[in-house]
Design a protein. Structure first.
Length: 406
């Protein structure tokens, strides 16, 4: 049987017959991963790739334990940076990631990307997508209420009123799914913190800043103001991520604040939608507005895999221009390792423009010193919506979690 080439890496068929390769990925990346797996399999018919998709919260909670017990998948979603239990830093600390420093894709990685894939100058994940967090609109629903994407905070609140006057909600919000709770805070903090203090993360590390003394207070207050203004559906704490997709698909919601990969999921359930993504404004000066934009999807390799050759081939394919373009074309995101052959989806043109202009900031959890901060953020937003805490107490809880630093 002939040798098959993956990118520039030849993969010989197994003499023992087809190899079963297991992959674990986030449900939000299903369309993108399905496209990659289909192409990989067409090139490697002797490798059968099975993908298990799971909610981000479940992945973060379950994956580290499975890897420690020797029952983890061969290739799996890993979060860039250090912000949760399944992040690059956390898994590498427990020797649960294969060192990928010598892989070919590593030569083309931008230095800004390596900051969240490397630990002690060695690479432990292949980054796949550069994604944004912002407002994703159904343009048909927006036109139906006579609205346009808001560029200021005042315009945003006015659009909430307009949507409600037309029997719709502006944003579907699924805070019953824990990871969703963080997204609007991040979208607001990009402006309320980083527009004036781009070195905020470094200042936090040095003890010069806290959540309570920063624009995080403004962001949480604005989050609650959006809730009080009726920008969201009733009972966000009883609404799941999947239900928010249905609300947008059926026109009950004009849009949703989400990561860019939601575009592919919405297109899958409602192919006729015309979608656009834009930064969520937090002030009345459009020049202030920043968008969270950073490496989103990344994958690691189980150092204990019995199928190392096949797993490395899959990792290499994810890092190739062909793999990156397939993943991002299907997922409505941008390649984490840029290449000239990629065509930007019109729905995320603003993300690409902001990436080029430097008006994006890293996802906040990628710079946190431990996974407790993100989990605390989830819990505090839930408590704010439940009315069992206030902004001051939420900020104090975040500062306490940050100070643990382990």
């Amino acid at each position: 049987m002939a040798t098959t080439t993956i990118g520039c890496v030849p993969l010989d068929p197994s003499p023992d017959g087809p190899v079963a390769l297991s992959v674990r990925a986030s449900i939000t990346d299903k369309s993108a991963m399905d496209a990659v797996v289909d192409e990989f399999h067409s090139l490697n018919p002797d490798v059968h790739v099975t993908v298990e998709f799971a909610d981000a919260g479940a992945l973060q909670q379950e994956l580290p334990g499975e890897l420690r017990s020797g029952e983890g998948p061969d290739v799996f979603t890993v979060w860039p940076g250090s912000g949760n239990p399944a992040s690059v830093s956390a898994l590498e600390h427990d020797n649960l990631l294969e060192n990928l420093s010598i892989r070919r894709f590593n030569r083309a990685m931008p230095m800004g990307v390596k900051a969240v894939t490397d630990v002690h100058s060695s690479t432990f994940a292949v980054p796949v997508t550069f994604s944004g967090i912002g407002m994703v609109y159904s343009m048909g629903a927006l036109d139906a209420i006579g609205g346009t994407p808001p560029r200021t905070w005042t315009e945003l609140l006015t659009l909430c009123d307009r949507a409600r006057d037309h029997g719709k909600i502006l944003f579907a919000l699924g805070n019953a799914t824990p990871w969703v709770t963080q997204l609007i805070t991040y979208a607001l903090v990009a402006t309320t913190v980083y527009a004036d203090e781009p070195d905020f993360d470094q200042n936090m590390e040095l003890g010069k800043e806290t959540f309570a003394s920063s624009g995080w207070r403004t962001a949480l207050r604005k989050y609650m103001e959006m809730e009080e203004r009726g920008c969201f559906n009733a009972d966000p704490l009883d609404t799941t991520y999947e239900e928010t997709l249905d609300q947008v698909a059926t026109g009950r919601a004009v849009g949703v604040v989400q990561v860019a990969s939601v575009l592919s999921e919405l297109r899958a359930v409602a192919p006729g939608l015309t979608l656009r993504m834009a930064a969520l404004p937090a002030t009345d000066d459009p020049d202030d507005t920043r968008m969270p934009g950073a490496v989103s999807a990344a994958y690691g390799l189980n150092p204990g895999t019995p199928h190392r050759k096949e797993a490395l081939a899959f990792i290499d394919f994810l890092g190739s221009a062909r793999g990156q373009n397939l993943y991002n074309r299907s997922g409505a995101t941008l390649p984490a390792i840029p290449n000239a052959s990629f065509t930007v989806d019109p729905a995320i043109r603003e993300v690409a423009e902001r990436q080029k202009a430097g008006t994006t900031v890293p996802f906040m959890d990628q710079r946190w010193p431990n996974s407790a901060v993100q989990q605390t953020h989830f819990a505090q937003v839930e408590a704010l919506f439940a009315g069992t805490t206030d902004v001051e107490a939420a900020l104090a809880a975040l500062d306490k979690a940050y100070e643990e630093r382990t």
